[in-house]
Design a protein around this ligand. Structure first.
Ligand code: DC
Length: 226
């Protein structure tokens, strides 16, 4: 098999990982793999069964009943299948964000999903975003970026985004949820969110999307042929 290239983008919730990764994947002709969506699918499945994301025994008992698949449509958009059902849109709620963060702390969940993520990267050039891509999933990724911004800026962006969609959004509440998720994602014992030693940090607090794209493209072009 010919060499595939991989770009890992890790960082906290709301740093803009998916927006940036999606754009770059399109520009480079890579697959975009949103690994948060995989954890969200697990959280959604357990939620439908009424299993608390903190219930260790429940999670361990029911995880085997779930088959998660990633599919790409003709536009390159990632779809998540939960036992064959497309749940791509259902997993995008604040409630599932919090539950995915809790569910992702279980070793059994992370173990089940690891090979699936690695397999995609073996077969395709990928930009993969998440929390542990550069540290655990693809430690040999060709490019590793740690994308971050202050919690306040991330909460402001998220508030604007929701309001623009005509949805309700309260800055203080969103900030609180972001801080809670940051805490959970960085303090779990298994594969916590942290910067890989060979990762390049990009703080987007004072940057707009175009500036971030340009900065990351420059980093990518230094490391892999594009
Ligand atoms: O990126 P996101 O907000 O969709 O991710 C939802 C949750 O999933 C996040 O709070 C933590 C977890 N997650 C993870 O533990 N590891 C990843 N590689 C991606 C997400």
């Amino acid at each position: 098999m010919s060499k595939t290239y991989s770009i890992a983008i890790d960082g906290p919730a709301g740093a803009g990982k998916s927006t940036i990764a999606r754009r770059l994947a399109k520009e480079l002709g890579y697959y975009y793999v949103d690994t948060g969506a995989i954890y969200r699918t697990v959280a959604y499945f357990l939620d439908l069964l009424g299993i608390s994301p903190k219930d260790v025994d429940g999670v361990e008992r029911y995880i085997d009943e779930l088959t998660v698949e990633i599919q790409y449509d003709e536009d390159g958009v990632q779809h998540m299948l939960m036992n064959g059902i497309d749940v791509t849109n259902d997993i995008r709620t604040q409630d599932i964000s919090q539950k995915a963060s809790l569910v992702s702390a279980h070793g059994v969940v992370r173990g089940v999903l690891l090979d699936m993520q690695r397999d995609v990267a073996k077969q395709h050039n990928v930009i993969m975003d998440g929390r542990d891509i550069g540290t655990v999933v693809l430690p040999k990724a060709d490019v590793k970026i740690f994308l971050t911004a202050s919690a306040e800026v991330r909460a402001q962006r998220r508030t604007k985004e929701l309001l623009a969609k005509g949805q309700k959004a309260q800055y203080e509440q969103i900030l609180k949820e972001i801080q809670q998720r940051d805490y959970q994602d960085t303090h779990r014992p298994i594969a916590p969110l942290k910067m890989a030693k060979d990762s390049i940090k990009v703080d987007t607090s004072e940057m707009d999307i175009e500036q971030v794209i340009a900065a990351i493209r420059e980093i990518v072009e230094r490391k892999i042929p594009v």
